[in-house]
Design a protein. Sequence first.
Length: 372
Amino acid sequence: MEAVATEPAPLPQSLTQDQANDQIQLLTDQVRLAFAKQQPLVISGGGSKGFYGRPVKGEKLSLRGYQGIISYEPSELVITARAGTPLHIIEAVLAEQGQMLGFEPPHYAASATLGGTIACGLSGARRPYSGAARDFVLGVTMINGKGEILRFGGQVMKNVAGYDVSRLMCGAQGTLGVLLEISLKVIPMPAHEETRVLNCTQQQMQTLLTDLGRQPLPVSATLFHNDRLYIRLSGTATGVHSAAQIIGGDLLSADQFWLQAKEQQHPFFDSEQVCWRLSLPPAAPAVPDDIAKQQLIEWGGAQRWIYSDADHCRITQWAEANGGHAIAVDRSINGYTLFHPLNSGLLPLSQRIKQSFDPAGILNPGRLYPDL
């Protein structure tokens, strides 16, 4: 049967190449001047994740004007866009072709951009089953701390030796470079989705999910709160219905449940208190009652959100002793995030990497840690 050629997906109106070149020139000039003057720069996108990290003081470097989808090949499952492109535009273009970002990133606000999403490295409910944000990054174009334009990776998956610098940018929060363009692998949208709800304890939840993990079931998300376990199934209608019969429970009818969980609009997050995010092995023991006042568990037990009155050191030490780490997240107007302390081995390594990309230390200094 002869293959039928398909037309490329139409792209929303974007910058012309001349306009894009002008934007790049302005950005590189600003970085070069800051490098010469030793002037700290605060890299800004849509501001939706301004709380994620420590406060930074300096001159603002905005990527909002540098936006647009550069190329999108649905048949190749690859999209390349500028860092200032609103995330909702990218997702809308992908949805028209029945595709999506596999790491299901949270927005937190309509102003969320692609660059901020990758710089923060945040992933949604699908992360344990499809991969983290960094797993979908194929290549980046960036400006280093000296105002030089660097390109890493490309638009295809390939083996690399040494640092995979494209993915190193994911989660670096601009401390290593200013992201300009990003190429991402995308995935097809599932044909059918269904969520089952079961009543159980945390121990029963962990046992059940461990058992389900040994079976070829199309689980794409889990959430446990108030002794209720929510399991999302994604795939073909036949596969989802078969898995639902194995899992049992009740069918969830709330269409917005997973969107609310991803955007932290679930009632659990309706608090002005600092919320702790514990990243742990799925089979790690339950957080002690003297640490966790309230708890919501995602990622099959690997991501646990808690509210606590316990001392900062007590929480981080417990997480570390159980094979994980903890960060404190304040989503208030003047919010911040305090990350788990780096150990004696990781800190000097991180400092050397920072020195290589940003020798004057002008890019988002202190955003992750005071010594970076």
